[in-house]
Write a protein that binds this ligand. Structure first.
Ligand code: ATP
Ligand code: MG
Length: 503
């Protein structure tokens, strides 16, 4: 049924990649001035549908209309001139260009082919100021944090006026207060009559921003609900096809006693311009959460512990012995694992197979201990991890880049699980992962802790930090502002330490 204010209609759209049917008879009816959320598990087909709308892919069959007219974009420029813009799930920015150049990449204000630098910077600066983004337009994107890059990606998508704006997991690297910036932008777009298609795996956020919610499962349309007529529980059940009672698995083994000797002790660790005087310790089997806002220095501390950058002062001790970790290889040899927040650049080789990616770090173990059996063992181990994490892939030989975002994230986790680390650094491990799969990942984190692995869990989702951690390190502007038991700390308290204004 067509409603009077329908802007975009999709009927019976299918898309196949070789033998994989990513979409089967998809339909959607998006209305002006409303936020329409697409909800579904990892690999359900959400991004594929968005890429079809944006002209990146062409549908195998089906029809689309925009403003009542047939709509069949051949490329993103086509889509943009028809009034549809997209903020992609995977960051598409060039690291060696500036923020301004990236934002206006496709439409630099040029005269006769020359890039007019000043006009470019001015135009981008106006947009960034208008959107109230905390980034400098002259900075190179490569120097920015992942969260800042995500905000730039949003600015890039919004740099053209559009009737339909697609936001594919725009908040996956943002913490709550940064997400507020985006929600303000969304409110303004709505007031201007723009239709917004929204994708997220954060249920509270979905309930906050959506007007309409369409649930998809295995490439098929399931149903559409108005937000006011549904609940988180119902949506999860529709999405995964079963009821889910709990979001965080309970601890089965008690947290280690405070008297247990720490496996990792960090004292007064500093890096000029990034963080200073950072001290904490973590015991075997303990899950130590890290919470903070953009620029709080959490990821920088993790990168330093993993030997990716050098500390300017302070000490790190493992099992009571002071160590100097000068490279990631060094860290791996000391049984430290690292699930980076930057899966696209540091965590995965997108052009390699799923199997190669999973067995990459553990390869030495396979080579030395197993000799000629190596290849077979590698395959068995990779299969185990694919099953354990329910990674949705056509085969072990599929190229990692062809997997959905959430499934790529699971591969990064799988590759470190194979190395059985003594200390595991997890930077946003459930970024872009659906609720069902999150639960599986939390169970694995709990299981690793029960086996004695010390876990450092960086997360921008406060409920996740509180739900999983034994203690929480709160950081603000490069300093530790509190280390606390979640029992004794409310979300409000942790947030106040994170913003640097403890109440
Ligand atoms: N270029 C491609 N080649 C082959 N298969 C693909 C390609 N793009 C997507 N697929 C497959 O299509 C299915 C749907 O993927 P899609 O990226 O649309 O999922 P999604 O719903 O966005 O998931 P997520 O929540 O993890 O981002 C997946 O099984 C994926 O592996
Ligand atoms: Mg996706």
């Amino acid at each position: 049924m067509t409603s009077p204010d329908a802007v975009l209609e999709i009927t019976d759209v299918t898309k196949t990649f070789g033998v994989v049917a990513a979409l089967k008879d998809m339909r959607l009816n998006v209305r002006a001035g409303r936020v329409h959320t697409i909800l579904g598990e990892n690999g359900a087909g959400k991004s594929t549908l968005m890429k079809i709308l944006a002209g990146v892919y062409q549908p195998t069959s089906g029809t689309m209309t925009l403003d009542g007219k047939p709509y069949a974009p051949r490329n993103p420029q086509d889509a943009a001139s028809a009034g549809l813009t997209i903020v992609f799930q995977e960051l598409s920015l060039c690291n060696n260009l500036t923020v301004a150049e990236n934002i206006l990449a496709t439409r630099e204000p040029s005269t006769a082919g020359f890039i007019n630098d000043k006009a470019l910077v001015r135009k981008a600066a106006a947009l960034v100021a208008d959107l109230k983004l905390p980034v400098s337009v002259t900075a190179r994107v490569g120097e920015l944090s992942i969260a800042q890059r995500q905000l730039v990606e949003i600015a890039k998508g919004l740099s053209i006026d559009a009737k339909v704006v697609i936001l594919d997991e725009p908040t996956s690297s943002l913490s709550d207060s940064e997400a507020e910036i985006l929600f303000d932008i969304i409110d303004r777009l709505k007031a201007d009559g723009v239709a917004i298609i929204y994708i997220s795996h954060r249920m509270e956020e979905i309930m906050r921003v959506s007007d309409d919610i369409t649930v998809v499962r295995d490439g098929s349309y399931i149903t559409t609900r108005e937000k006011a007529d549904t609940t988180i529980e119902e949506l999860i059940a529709l999405m995964v096809g079963r009821n889910m009672e709990e979001i965080y698995p309970p601890r089965e083994v008690a947290a280690p006693l405070k008297t247990t000797a720490p496996v990792l002790a960090v004292s007064d660790l500093s890096r000029e311009g990034e963080f200073s005087g950072v001290s904490f310790d973590v015991r075997p089997g303990e899950i130590l959460g890290f919470f903070g806002l953009i620029g709080s220095g959490r990821s920088e501390v993790m990168n330093t512990l993993f030997g990716m950058r050098k500390a300017s002062a302070g000490t790190v001790a493992i099992d009571g012995t002071e160590v100097s970790i000068s490279s990631p290889v060094d860290a791996i040899n000391r049984h430290i694992g690292f699930v980076t927040e930057n899966r696209k650049e540091e965590g995965l080789v997108l052009s390699h197979s799923v199997e190669r990616n999973i067995s990459m770090v553990a390869l030495n173990a396979f080579a030395s201990r197993l000799g000629w059996l190596k290849r077979g063992r590698e395959r068995v181990a990779a299969t185990d991890e694919v099953n354990r994490l329910s990674i949705k892939t056509a085969s072990l030989d599929t190229i990692a880049g062809a997997l959905s975002g959430g499934n790529q994230q699971k591969i990064v986790l799988a590759k470190w699980l194979l190395t059985a680390p003594k200390i595991l650094l997890l930077d946003e491990p459930t970024r872009g992962v659906d609720v069902g799969a999150k639960f599986e990942i939390y169970k694995i984190i709990r299981q690793l802790a029960a086996e004695g692995t010390a876990i450092l869990l960086v997360s921008s989702e406060l409920p996740e930090v509180i739900g999983m951690s034994d203690r929480v390190v709160v950081m603000s502007e490069g300093k530790v502002t509190a280390i606390a038991d979640p029992d004794r700390m409310t979300p409000e308290k942790i947030m106040s330490f994170a913003t640097g204004f403890p109440s």
